[in-house]
Design a protein around this ligand. Structure first.
Ligand code: ADP
Ligand code: MG
Length: 527
């Protein structure tokens, strides 16, 4: 295909050259010939027109190439026969030289042979070029000369072809390299998880990647060509001074700052800004890579809070333990006073109930802060569940609550601390009962899966407003006058130690459902 294009281009150049030569030839012929033949103009013109038409109608380039030589030599032969005075043997050489333009061995050989045939024919027919007197030896010289020219041209064509081939390969390779470099760059830009944006010097967006759209919230089509307000008002000064530094050629690597999203939310980001230079080393644009640190920061915050909490938990456990003993004596004495004297009855009643409250808070505190006392054993889950249901049976009847249990896995074992799992179930049942002051239903479903056990507890109680759902698992958050706000925290803590999960869903007025998962017992996990 490539060589066809090459031949096509040469054909075009030759057409131009031949048309030019034709006109020069006509002018000269007009002056040289005593009595110019009109047929000479016409025949030359017709032949050239034929080749031009072939080119115009997109004949195969190689056919046009051969047509050129045939037409040229036919014209020379014809001219020699009708007007030998104007034709010189050098014209024959011209054909051979012109054939070289194609680097085609066949074209060179054909034109050489045609030249020799024409020379021999006219020599024999004795009409050869009246402009020069040809003797026999001249013919020999001519043929020899023609053949040597052919050999040299063949060699040159061979050499040039080789050179062209090498250059083409090199060019293709460079093109490929350039293409793949560009592809790499494009995929790096498109598929990067960090936001990448290219800005012009006046701060207008030139290009952004998908991650930029996701992190910052602007779509490429709405911001390209515009300046976007992603720098928060308070950080403008700092951003400008950084930009000045970058403009001086400095790179800003992994700089932590805050940016503003399209929706106005401020996000923590780590940015890298670099200048882009053109070939003349002129600063033309800059590009920024920014990594969203929001999640990282949140995890950091969470970890800090967890640290604080565990420290607080440990301290609280110590204090709670110490409080328990004096509480027991206080409780005992107030009980005595309560029974003995009716004078302070109203006070001692309150004191006793408040003491009870302190006791339950302290109790739950201790549960929270005693993870190291856990005794993990292989336990049948149904036994634990039955114990808890039995414990709550009378209270449920009293509160007009029906418990509907459906256990699909009666012989399932889990590796757990039975008392802690009981505590989880107790806390959940307690919450459910407290949510149904005027009675209702508790549905308790237990299903076994390949790796864990799912416990689903649903009540038909008051439900939890959605804005409170995120708060209820925080320590001390309670909506009950006598609540501790520690029940769910204890549950989460225990499940965490048992590698289980906990999920709570609720609809106000309809009820609350809690889903727990606890991994099944596996050989070798515990006794
Ligand atoms: P407490 O029961 O002492 O308030 P919890 O940690 O057990 O503490 O529960 C926290 C809060 O979550 C409760 O005060 C209550 O508002 C809400 N809650 C928990 N379980 C339920 C439930 N089953 N139905 C309605 N609200 C619930
Ligand atoms: Mg509770």
């Amino acid at each position: 295909m490539e060589s066809h294009n090459l031949i096509k281009k040469r054909n075009f150049i030759l057409l131009l050259i031949f048309w030019l030569l034709y006109f020069v030839h006509i002018v000269l012929y007009h002056f040289i010939a005593a009595d110019p033949h009109l047929i000479v103009f016409i025949s030359g013109g017709i032949l050239l027109l034929i080749v031009t038409a072939m080119y115009y109608f997109r004949f195969h380039p190689t056919i046009i190439m051969y047509s050129f030589f045939i037409c040229y030599y036919a014209y020379i032969a014809y001219m020699t026969s009708i007007e030998p005075a104007v034709i010189n043997y050098l014209f024959l050489f011209l054909g051979i030289i012109v054939s070289f333009i194609y680097y085609s061995y066949i074209a060179i050989v054909i034109s050489t042979l045609m030249s020799i045939v024409i020379v021999l024919y006219f020599y024999v027919s004795n009409t050869l070029f009246t402009s020069v007197t040809f003797v026999k030896l001249d013919i020999v010289y001519f043929i020899l000369f023609t053949l040597i020219t052919m050999i040299i041209l063949l060699y040159c064509a061979h050499f040039s072809k080789k050179l062209i081939a090498i250059t083409t390969i090199k060019m293709n390779k460079t093109e490929d390299e350039l293409y793949s470099a560009q592809e790499y760059l494009q995929s790096f830009f498109t598929y990067n998880r960090d936001a990448i944006a290219v800005f012009s010097l006046d701060g207008k967006v030139i290009k952004v990647n998908d991650a930029f759209e996701q992190i910052y919230g602007w779509k490429a089509e709405e911001i390209v060509g515009k300046a976007i307000p992603f720098i928060p008002a308070g950080s403008k000064g700092g951003a400008e001074s950084r930009l000045e530094r970058v403009k001086k050629g400095e790179k800003l690597v992994a700089f932590e700052t805050q940016d503003k999203r399209k929706d106005g939310k401020i996000i923590d980001v780590e940015i890298t800004v670099s200048p882009i230079f053109n070939r003349d080393k002129q600063f033309v644009a800059l590009f920024g890579i920014s990594r969203d640190l929001t999640e990282e920061k949140e995890t950091e915050k969470f970890l800090r809070q967890t640290d604080k909490l565990s420290l607080a938990g440990e301290m609280a456990a110590g204090i709670a333990h110490e409080i328990r003993n004096p509480l027991t004596s206080l409780n005992g004495f107030i009980q005595l006073i309560h029974e003995d004297s009716s004078r302070y009855h109203s006070y001692t009643t309150i004191m006793l109930s408040e003491l009870n409250r302190i006791n339950s808070i302290v109790g739950e505190f201790l549960l929270l802060a005693k993870p190291h006392d856990t005794v993990m054993k292989k336990q049948a889950f149904s036994t634990i569940l039955n114990d808890v249901i039995l414990l709550y049976e009378s209270e449920c009847i009293l509160k007009n609550v029906v418990v509907k249990t459906q256990v699909e896995a009666p012989h399932t074992y889990i590796c757990c601390d039975a008392n802690q799992i009981k505590q989880v179930l107790i806390n959940l049942l307690k919450n459910a009962l407290e949510a149904m002051p005027s009675g209702g239903e508790i549905h308790l479903n237990v299903t076994q899966h390949t790796k864990d056990l799912t416990i689903f507890i649903k009540d038909t109680g008051v439900g939890i407003p959605s804005h409170l759902l995120t708060h209820i698992q925080k320590p001390f958050f309670t909506t009950k006058p006598s609540g501790t706000g520690l029940g769910l925290v204890v549950i989460k803590n225990i499940l965490y130690q048992h590698k289980g999960t906990f999920e709570i869903k609720s609809t106000v007025g309809k009820g609350t459902s809690v889903t727990l998962t606890i991994p099944l017992w596996k050989e070798g996990t515990c006794q």
